[in-house]
Design a protein around this ligand. Sequence first.
Ligand code: SF4
Length: 282
Amino acid sequence: MGPEPRPHAVYPSTFVPRVYSVPSPALLVRQQPSGFLRDFDYSLNPYSGCAFQCGGCYVPDLLFGRAERLGGWGSYVEARVRSVEALQKAAPRLSGATFFMSPVTDVYQPAERRFRLTRALLEALREIPYEWGLISTRSPSILEDLDLLRAHHPRLEVGISVPSDLEEVRRRMDPKNPPVAARLETCRRLREAGVPVRLHVAPLQPHSDDFPRLAGEVADWVWIDFPCHLRVARPAYAAQGMAEYLAREWVERQADRWRAVLGADRVGFGQADFSRRSLAPL
Ligand code: SF4
C-alpha cells in the first residue's frame, strides 16, 4: 500500500495544460427550458476547458469542434479573468435565482490555484441574495474554500463526483482525476464542517459492493445517472472493454441496489433529481 493521498494535494501533479487568460463575458448562462439544467436559472462558468479530461466527458461534444481547434479536450484551460466583474454586472439577475457551477468545466481544477476565480466568485456571491446554488467538482482543492462555503450556508450545496470507488476503474477511465480516496475524504470533511454535500455517482461506473455503504458514510445523499452523451461515452467505454456498463438496465439495477442499502430518500436518479436539495428551501 502506498501513502494515503493528501486531501490538499494538487491533482494531477504531473500534467499542466496550456492556460490562457481570456476576458470572455460568458460567465453566466441562462438555462433553457429543454436542457438538462432546466431546473436551474443559470450556470456559472469561470473557466472553459478542463485538465481532468475524464474519459466520457460530454463537454467537447457541445463545443462544435472548438476543443479540437485548441489542441484537444484536456490540453487547454481558459480562465475568464473578468468573472467577478461579469458577476457584479449580472447581480440583479441572480437575485432570487438558482445556479449550477459548472456544466462545462471543473471549477477546482489545478488552474484555480493560480487564478482563484471560483474563490473570488464565492466572495462576490455573498453580497447577492441568490436563492440556492450547487457546485460540482472532482477536486479536494475545494477544501481550501471551506470557510467561504460555510459562510453561504444553507444556500450552497456541493456535489463531489466519484463515478466508481475502484482505483483501477479511475486509472482506466479518468486517469487525470484525483484519487478516489481523496475525493471521498473531501466529501467527509465538507459534511463534518456542516456543508450540505452529495456524491455525484455519474456516470455510474463498475464499482465494489461496498460503495453504497461508503458513500452513505461520507455524503448526505447520492445522485446517480447514466452517461448523458453516448456519442462520446460509447467509444471511451469500448476502448476499456466496459461497453456493458452503458446498458440502461445495468444502471437501473444498480440504482435499486443503492436504494436498498441507503434508503430511497438518500438516492436521487437522473435529471429530475439533480436539482434536489439536501436541505429544505428556507
Ligand atoms: S471534470 Fe467535468 S468538465 Fe472536467 S473533464 Fe471531467 S466531466 Fe469534463
